[in-house]
Ligand binder design. Structure first.
Ligand SMILES: *Cc1c(COP(=O)(O)O)cnc(C)c1O
Length: 354
């Protein structure tokens, strides 16, 4: 039998996204927050769940949660659109702003979902490498984008997986220097201080993405935001599915974003964990000079540079510790004290046995 729906070239070799799921596993592999919501927030979630209008469609504009986001980050609410995670917003930007065969650029190594979305969109991928120390050569990026007629440039800042942040001054120069729509993914910017949210309206070609999945500790709820000028936000709202963000997520998100005090405490707890992990990893590095180096990151994870990271990855995996191997780097999310301790113990033992 010959079927007309035979899998086409762009999907025939794809496999479903496969996160590490085993129970009892120490998860330092997905850059989530290790903190559960505080009791005060859990109580509010219960009240929201009990009072929700389950039989009605949610607000297609996600107005309340966009206003809560706008208040928390001090941007105008009219310039905010919500998505089912920033993952959805990335997909919408690729489908809305790129036509088949047009060029998009990524700055490698970076978040793998960018290239994935480009492939599904049948766009042309221009992969621009970073320097050998993983820093960005802005002049090179501007030159390549011009030469290759790049329509959409997407990158994360701070970067996943390198953890490095590019200074605002460099971002300004980059956005001004290209004709492409620049999608600036600030998924980890809560951990740093180089956000462009304070000045996004000065640019015709800038979209900023933020997520509730990392510093805000709400990965399960799936909520992300895009911030841009009116023209881009209207286009984004026009290409999205009407009810892309469900009513529970909208209400939970508004509750979380309405508690800046709680969020500040959580952020400090995560940063303390990161600092502790980094301090101990550096100490181990001093005992084993030349074996690995730690990039000077500003995120909730560490990026380690070493020869043959697969070996260390497997060693940790055998001890039920999941980290991430990506872009040639070993990426370790900071965890609760006992999780950091378990990682550090295994990490030290790995180098000690030589
Ligand atoms: C985790 C992550 C996201 C995904 O965020 P969601 O809102 O959970 O979809 C986006 N960009 C980068 C760089 C990330 O690391």
């Amino acid at each position: 039998m010959f079927f007309l729906y035979a899998l086409n070239d762009k999907i025939k070799d794809l496999t479903p996204y496969d996160p590490v799921e085993e129970r009892g596993q120490i998860h330092l592999d997905a850059n989530e927050s290790f903190l559960p919501p505080p009791p005060e927030l859990l109580e509010e979630f219960s009240e929201i769940a009990a009072g929700l209008g389950y039989n009605r469609y949610p607000d297609p504009a996600a107005g309340k949660v966009c206003r809560a986001f706008a208040d928390y980050y001090r941007v105008p609410a009219e310039n905010v659109a919500a998505g089912n995670g920033s993952d959805e917003l990335i997909t919408l930007l690729f489908s809305g702003f790129l036509q088949k065969g047009q060029a998009f650029a990524t700055l490698e190594p970076d978040f793998s979902m960018y290239a994935f979305n480009g492939a599904i969109q049948e766009a042309r991928h221009v992969a621009i490498g970073k320097r050998s120390d993983y820093t960005l050569d802005v002049d090179e990026v501007i030159a390549v984008c011009g030469r290759e007629k790049v329509k959409l440039l997407i990158f994360s800042n701070p970067c996943n997986p390198t953890s490095l942040v590019v200074k605002r001054e460099e971002i300004r120069r980059l956005v001004r220097g290209v004709e492409a729509l620049v999608v600036l993914d600030e998924a980890y910017m809560d951990f740093s201080d180089q956000s462009m949210l304070g000045e996004f309206l000065e640019y015709e070609n800038l979209v900023i993405l933020r997520t509730c999945s990392k510093a805000l500790g709400m990965a399960a709820v799936r909520l992300g935001f895009a911030v841009a000028n009116q023209r881009v936000i209207t286009a984004l709202r026009s290409v999205k599915a009407p009810y892309n963000v469900n009513a529970l997520t909208q209400a939970f998100g508004a509750a979380v974003l309405g508690k800046p005090g709680l969020l500040r405490v959580a952020l400090k707890t995560i940063l303390d964990s990161k600092e502790q992990l980094a301090r101990e990893v550096k100490r181990i590095g001093e005992a084993f000079p030349g074996k690995f180096s730690l990039l000077p990151g500003e995120t909730n994870f560490l990026a380690l540079v070493l020869e043959g990271p697969e070996k260390l990855y497997r060693y940790l995996e055998e001890r039920n510790i999941s980290v991430r191997l990506t872009g040639g780097l070993l990426r370790v999310t900071c965890g609760a004290p006992e999780e950091n301790e378990a990682f550090l113990k295994a990490f030290r033992a790995y180098w000690e046995r030589g």
